[in-house]
Design a protein around this ligand. Structure first.
Ligand code: NAP
Ligand code: 8YV
Length: 316
């Protein structure tokens, strides 16, 4: 009998095509619809639906959860391991495009590209004063929160702009040519732009506080391609509105896909719908790796890219 896979969220067709007829599958888009499933041996986590103890308890035959994405903050990996379920994610294949997207937001924000586009479209060119001069990224100090796979890729690209890169995380990385800042507020004070590339989840929720936003200051730029909950969203809105923060560019939000009206009304923020990895090339690689983790597990008993907490471990 073919292994049965539960797909949590609407799967992109290329992911299903990659799975082919090696497995059977059932698609569910809300947890209540799952009921108890004694047949699912793998689950694919497409949406942000919580894969927690409550859900795992209803899937007694489960061996593996394959996350479509590198961030797995919707999955309780500790509980999964305790229940003998290995969790995989799609790391590395998206580093370049997510870093490129953060860089695109930095360049777009610093040069006012979104508002200049609106200025031309509205027929204001020639009838109103030209837009103000913008600022150059060249040689600026940029702070990165989370110098991991994506953060390091971004830092390397920033070298081409002559930027000085500071970074904050729980550990210094002596092998990296960038300056470690143990104090995030101090890093925000020194940086022209603060770019968030850390994981989401309880450990990082709200670590970009009101104080850090204000340390970045009226000339500062906050870019979030990490997870919405990393930032105190209310404090961010207030600071952007009152001019205590210069500008922001956000690809991720606290309660996606809901974006507060107060944020949408602000002129000094660029808003994108969680698309930093959304290129044909990168999403294609993510779909393949996500499916291949499932296929490899059933063909060889080996998961290709387990999350760090599950590396070197396999369910008995
Ligand atoms: P990674 O390699 O694990 O890097 C994460 C970095 O964050 C590490 O350098 C880590 O350094 C730091 N970090 C972890 N916990 C921290 C904490 N509590 N406080 C401060 N720093 C902490 O992950 P990645 O592959 O670069 O991906 C990073 C995240 O980007 C993902 O988890 C996901 O949420 C987000 N992402 C978003 C998109 C999008 O579409 N917008 C796409 C891909 C990824 P230390 O260990 O030294 O703390
Ligand atoms: C995806 C992401 O858009 O990889 C991640 O952590 O946030 C993005 O690449 C997301 O996982 C949905 O597929």
């Amino acid at each position: 009998m073919k292994p049965h896979v539960l797909i949590l969220g609407a799967p992109p067709p290329p992911l299903l095509a990659r799975l082919g007829d090696a497995v059977t599958h059932r698609i569910v888009t809300d947890a209540a619809a799952i009921g108890e499933d004694r047949t699912a041996r793998a689950a694919i986590s497409v949406s942000g639906l919580a894969v927690d103890d409550r859900l795992l308890a209803r899937l007694p035959a489960l061996e593996l959860v394959s996350k479509l994405g590198v961030g797995y903050d919707n999955i309780d990996v500790t509980v999964a391991r305790a229940r003998g379920v290995i969790v995989t994610h799609t790391r590395d294949v998206l580093n370049a495009d997510v870093a490129n997207f953060a860089l695109a937001l930095l360049l777009a924000g610093s040069r006012g590209i979104v508002s200049e586009d609106a200025y031309v479209r509205a027929g204001r060119w020639g009838r109103e004063p030209m837009p103000p001069l913008r600022w150059s990224v060249e040689g600026k100090t940029i702070g990165i929160l989370g110098l991991g796979r994506i953060g390091r890729t971004l830092a390397a690209k920033l070298q081409a702009f002559g930027c000085k890169v500071l970074y904050h995380g729980r550990h210094a990385q002596p092998d990296q040519p960038y300056e470690y800042c143990a104090d995030l507020t101090e890093m925000a004070r020194r940086a022209k732009a603060l770019i968030l590339t850390c994981p989401g989840g309880p450990e990082t929720a709200g670590i970009v506080t009101r104080g850090i936003i204000e340390a970045l200051g009226p000339e500062g730029f906050l870019i979030n391609v990490a997870r919405g909950e990393v930032v105190d969203q209310e404090a961010l809105i207030e600071a952007l509105r009152d001019g205590r923060l210069g500008q922001a560019a956000l690809d991720v939000f606290a309660d996606e896909p809901r974006v507060p009206d107060a944020l949408r009304a602000l002129p000094n923020v660029i808003l994108t719908p969680h698309v930093a990895s959304a290129t044909v090339e990168t999403r294609g690689a993510m779909f393949n790796l996500c499916a291949d983790n499932v296929l490899s597990w059933f063909a060889t008993g080996r998961a290709l890219t387990p999350v760090p907490e599950h590396q070197g471990w396999a369910p008995a």
